[in-house]
Design a protein around this ligand. Sequence first.
Ligand code: LMR
Length: 402
Amino acid sequence: MFEAISEAPPDAILGLLEAYRQDPNPEKINLSVGVYQDEEGRTPVMRSVKAAEEQIWKSESTKSYLGIAGAPEYASVVQEMLLQGGVSKSLRSRLVTVQTPGGTGALRVAADFLSQHFPQSRVWLSTPTWPNHPTIFSAAGLEVLTYPYFEAEKHALDWSGMAAALETTRPGDVVVLHGCCHNPTGVDLAPEQWRQVAEILDKTGAMPLLDFAYQGFGEGLVEDAAGLRELMNRELDMLVASSFSKNFGLYRDRVGALSALCSTAEAGSAVLSQIKRAIRANYSNPPAHGALIVSTVFQDETLRGEWEQEVAEIRQRLNGVREMFAQALEAEGIERDFSHIRRQRGMFSFSGLEPNHIAALREKYSIYMVGSGRINVAGINRQNIGPLCRAIKEVLAEPTGR
Ligand code: LMR
């Protein structure tokens, strides 16, 4: 049977990480996968996480299964994280949350749930979006459509294109929105645009699915949830796939959640029961360790304060690197305008570099970035910024179509 299987192409993001790890060039630079790196190029375990793990190691008394939906205290923590900053308290009884293996796990559970109960759903994704989005929804058998999001020439949101496309959605459709720090563009909706998105979806009957993987990396933990609050306070049915991979640095521990806001508590209970069925048929019940870390940090005032401080430090570094990168490109005397790098938010910068530049950077300089031109700005530091900007200058000067 297996002889008929042909080789799959490498994953658009994780495949690059594999290639980077195999590259013997000591000067190589990794700007690909969305993993935070500090000034020394390390991805350290956060201080608050280490301290929580020590507590857990001392107190954990069993490794027996969690329930299908995960730990109830973790679900409360997730809700607290999402709802901080002014969401109507009355929503809480209608919001149900399950623990999932990462944000990707949450998206896949959402996709399975939708495909089972709303097989006619069309899932709308921004152009561009995270390359795994279409893969996840198509794998669950759902039709995938796209809405304009980004105007490449202006390096800015294509708001009129986006709004016009959302106007054509219909009841049963699902619109995937990036809660903050849009991946890959780093360009987010303004508060007024969130309000208008909520209004449009309220009118057309389409449901928002918020992919919320970078809370705290844009403007702040509370500020980054402004779009979520706008949608929730509008009382729309909605799904939220959230993740602690980035803001707790728990990438390999796979810590995420799927939340559903329903119009009644009864609907919430029914939806939860069906989501649990989808989970049982997939991975049965979630891994415990990462979620326990998150709950432990949240429940300990000192650790929580420390964690908030660490998230702020990451955010400040990301914004500082943006400025340093834009300045260094200017200082190289590159004619092309890269000032948009300063305006983007989160871990990514959509550089505007074309496929031939990206290929040349990788082949000649071992500089790895995603094929769309997405750069993980956390991979830039004081040591590699010089070689990086010089390499960009050189590939830009090459004739196109190499
Ligand atoms: C990314 O976009 O690089 C991250 O979300 C990691 C991944 O799973 O693709």
